[in-house]
Design a protein around this ligand. Structure first.
Ligand code: AMP
Ligand code: ZN
Length: 426
């Protein structure tokens, strides 16, 4: 990197800073993009002395698990959220939502981000005599990130509440589904991604918050209707900006005790925040075709998973794939997701009609054919994108791509049922 002469000679490791050196650091940081953030000595000592995660020695059982109606339901939920079942591609998040009294994101978030402590606590609550060591998981709690489990659950509870549950599609069940689907894809990739703890944590956190406060209508609607959100975010990735902004407003609210990143130093917090912001902004569907083409470019490079930048592109791509995984899921899950997304589209179409706005594609309930919309979406968006993902994760090619092809077949046949007079060549 080119640095102006005076700045290049400046040593970043100098222990005592003169006023002049501090101003040089300011220049490096503000205009050179160089992270010169320094923790105070006391906070460094604090970080070294604090026990990892804060609750690693005890068992932390989610109160909502304890409050489940019967021991039989607790056992069922515990089985669904075991490390083995949690990574299943046919995981039924609708069942989980029902079993947990409408807390799917809280439970999935606790199970994934709180693993293996969450599985251990559930097993103990179900009467199993087990050790923490016998459970698998990410263990962000005892890692260098020292995520406090209790605060994590409080944060998940607040974020879940801030999803708008009356939305047919963009609600806490979709968010839970994206977290679980992302986890399943990460597990399919095994060790091949070479991702760090911080990277995996950041992408999972991005999944948790990625649609929070979604109003149930699209970016195009916000811009056309000139909503407050469109005006705040200048018509640019309006909803995605809102989701990720909300996530950090809640996390860093000094009046609430929700800062799950409170035990790590500022530079790590900045890194996670930057990654989560990028990943959520990346879920904007208007970037889809560019994203697929960029990833294909990344894959041409040697050792593209060893480079931090391209590896992060891949992780963001995996999140995006989890976000649109409804049509890559086995039936009846894929049909349930279609029904939900179409219901939401039609509510938006009704609103557009009322407001005299152009009715968005697939949103006119009087003219949209469900099967037709799905054929287009699966054939041109989902199938090619999952084929690319299959080039990165071989298990996706073997296990997921055939489901997408089968779903395409299904919608082609459905079209014959919905509109038998139409030409059946898809
Ligand atoms: P997100 O809004 O972050 O969940 O991004 C995913 C977007 O993909 C949704 O907003 C929909 O516009 C689109 N989408 C997802 N599933 C379907 C589907 N089955 N048919 C048509 N569009 C879909
Ligand atoms: Zn989403």
């Amino acid at each position: 990197m080119h640095l102006p002469g005076g700045l290049a000679r400046f040593s970043l490791t100098t222990a005592r800073f003169s006023v002049k050196k501090q101003s040089n650091m300011f220049l490096l940081q503000e205009y050179g993009g160089i992270d010169v953030t320094r923790r105070s000595v006391s906070s460094e000592i604090e970080a070294m002395e604090e026990p990892a995660g804060g609750s690693s020695s005890g068992v932390y059982l989610l109160p909502e698990f304890e409050a489940l109606a019967s021991q039989a339901i607790k056992t069922q939920v515990s089985k669904m959220l075991s490390w083995h079942a949690l990574k299943r591609w046919d995981f039924n998040v609708f069942d989980l939502c029902h079993l947990t009294d409408g807390n799917p994101l809280l439970f999935v978030g606790w199970a994934v981000l709180g693993s293996p402590h969450s599985q251990y606590a559930m097993a103990r609550a179900c009467g199993e005599d087990v050790d923490l060591d016998s459970f698998e998981g990410y263990n962000f709690i005892d890692s260098d990130l020292k995520i406090p489990l209790h605060t994590l659950c409080d944060y998940l509870r607040v974020i879940q509440e801030d999803y708008i549950s009356v939305n047919p599609y963009h609600n806490e069940t979709h968010a839970a589904d994206v977290v679980q689907s992302l986890h399943a894809l990460l597990q399919m990739s095994g060790e091949e991604l070479h991702a760090s703890n911080l990277e995996i944590f950041s992408i999972l956190l991005a999944a948790v918050v990625h649609d929070v406060q979604h109003p149930g209508s699209s970016n195009a609607f916000q811009a056309n209707a000139r909503t407050d959100l469109a005006l705040i975010y200048n018509d640019s990735s309006i909803l995605e900006n809102k989701h990720v902004s909300h996530a950090f407003v809640k996390m860093f609210d000094s009046k609430a005790d929700l800062n799950i990143l409170c035990k790590i130093d500022r530079s790590k917090v900045a890194k996670i925040r930057n990654k989560v912001i990028n990943a959520v902004l990346h879920t904007d569907m208007s970037l889809h075709f560019k994203t697929v083409s960029d990833i294909k470019g990344d894959m041409m490079k040697d050792d593209y998973l060893s480079d931090e930048e391209t590896r992060w592109d891949v992780l963001m791509y995996i999140l995006h794939m989890a976000d649109i995984s409804g049509q890559a899921k086995p039936r009846p899950l894929s049909i349930l997701w279609t029904d939900r997304v179409m219901d939401e589209f039609f509510v938006q179409g009704d609103q557009e009609e009322r407001l005299g706005l152009p009715i968005s594609p697939n949103c006119n309930r009087h003219t949209t054919l469900k099967a037709d919309s799905q054929i287009g979406f699966v054939k041109f968006v989902i199938l090619p994108a999952y084929e690319v993902l299959g080039g990165i994760i071989p298990q996706v090619k073997e296990r997921v791509a055939p489901i997408v092809e089968d779903n395409l077949e299904y919608w082609i046949n459905q079209r014959k049922v919905e509109s038998p007079d139409m030409d059946s060549t898809a």
